[in-house]
Design a protein. Structure first.
Ligand SMILES: *Cc1c(COP(=O)(O)O)cnc(C)c1O
Length: 421
């Protein structure tokens, strides 16, 4: 459910007509709904209610400071994967004790900054990382709270580029080696083991892989406890998928996911941490774009729009589907026709959809990509010297630009030309 609905024949974001925002801000732009964002965050809080838990929003999905500040006010923790994300979490007012640090390649500078600023735990992914964190902590005279990310070797049955829990992935340590690695971690004086971490992938639309993975983690908890480790927290990752095709996909709800968590690890008395990203941000955002030309090709019509792969890379990178809807609601019974929907970037990969059925559109018409809130703006680049597009936030009947579009000069002047050129 989201708050982007047709009203009086046009698409609204909460109580504001999207076309009105487009007229003020110019296209293309990302548009977020505050009500949708908070609603999805609260679904996770409810899913784990009664359990000792923290919802650590995986901010790599969408990390505008306004969005982070809204979630921080809701009491969210954050899952960060870089020094920049750690700084964003702190800037949004998230206390260190609610920030978990994930990622396979943390540098010592990043470790140091997090230890200085406060951190709930580091989710360690390898033995070399363990050694470095130990050194950093000892050099600062502190002890770093850690979990170790185990790779439960389950098939998440999702797109290969977003599956992380199979043994061939770069993430975590094989669960079969967990006892050995935990024993080693326990011998390092700069580390304090607090739990176990896992994350098997993204856009999972089936609960079974979660169940299998959590069962393995529950068994491991008992084994590690028997070995004398103090396992008090389980970080169960994120990855719950969203319906990109509204009509025929019904992925499990956070409440169903919460039920699996209760069933598989509820008896262990651990504090549960979850790291949802996509499901919190995905449906909270749309990408609004204008049709530049309709071009008739051989046997097909191209809808050339002013958004491109540099603004939203998911279709090019993951073959992702986004529902694309006109801002003007088509009259009932309007006959649809197939279009290839493409951007202006000089790459054949700059194709959002092939032979997509749409109502007839013409130059100047506005369209919206649904479910563009997660892994949209954060993955944008300035390829083809197209400045990063603005982000806008709606709350009820008000809206504000939460990241302005840079001018060409601002973009150009970030570069410096050495005197000797
Ligand atoms: C990406 C990621 C998440 C969030 O995944 P979603 O599919 O957006 O929920 C959570 N934890 C880790 C470690 C990740 O890398």
């Amino acid at each position: 459910m989201d708050h982007f609905l047709y009203r009086d024949g046009q698409l609204f974001a909460e109580d504001v007509p999207v076309a009105e925002i487009a007229a003020q801000v110019g296209t293309p732009f990302y548009l977020y709904s505050r009500a949708t964002l908070t609603r999805h965050f609260r679904l996770f809080q409810e899913a784990l209610s009664g359990m000792d838990h923290v919802v650590c929003y995986a901010m790599k999905a969408a990390s505008n400071q306004a969005l982070l500040t809204i979630l921080a006010k809701e009491g969210a923790g954050m899952d960060v994967v870089s020094g920049g994300e750690y700084a964003r979490a702190k800037a949004a007012g998230v206390p260190g004790e609610r920030i978990v640090f994930s990622g396979v390649g943390k540098t010592w500078e990043e470790m140091r900054a997090a230890l200085e600023g406060g951190i709930r735990q580091f989710n360690l992914e390898s033995e070399p990382e363990m050694e470095v964190l130990n050194q950093v902590a000892l050099s600062m005279g502190v002890v770093a709270p850690v979990t170790i990310r185990v790779n439960p070797d389950v098939d998440a049955k999702t797109h290969a580029k977003i599956a992380t829990g199979k043994s061939e992935n770069k993430f975590g340590i094989p669960i079969s080696r967990a006892r050995e690695v935990y024993a080693h971690a326990a011998s390092l004086k700069g580390l304090k083991i607090v739990g176990i971490d896992m994350h098997i992938g993204s856009q999972l639309t089936d609960l079974e892989p979660f169940r299998l993975a959590y069962r393995k983690v529950a068994e491991l908890t008992e084994t590690l406890r028997a070995d004398g480790h103090d396992i008090t927290r389980l970080d169960l990752g994120g990855g719950l998928g969203i319906p990109y095709v509204r009509s025929n996909e019904a992925p499990p709800l956070p409440l169903d996911w919460g039920q699996v968590i209760r069933e598989e690890v509820g008896h262990l008395g651990c504090e549960v941490e979850i790291e949802p990203g996509r499901l919190i941000a995905g449906n909270s955002g749309i990408l609004v774009s204008e049709v530049i030309f309709v071009k008739s090709g051989e046997g097909r019509d191209f809808l050339i729009i002013d958004a491109a792969m540099n603004d939203l890379i998911r279709p090019a990178m993951y073959e992702a589907h986004h529902d694309i809807v006109p801002l003007k609601e088509p009259a009932p019974g309007t006959e649809e026709q197939p279009y290839d929907i493409v951007g202006p970037v000089c790459e054949s990969g700059d194709t959002f959809a092939k032979q997509r059925l749409m109502p007839p559109l013409e130059a100047g018409d506005l369209v919206a990509f649904r479910s563009a809130g997660a892994y949209g703006a954060v993955m944008a680049s300035e390829y083809n010297s197209r400045p990063l597009i603005p982000e806008v936030l709606v709350d009820g009947d008000q809206f504000a630009v939460i990241r302005p579009r840079p001018s060409f000069d601002e973009m150009i002047n970030r570069d410096t030309i050495p005197e000797w050129v």
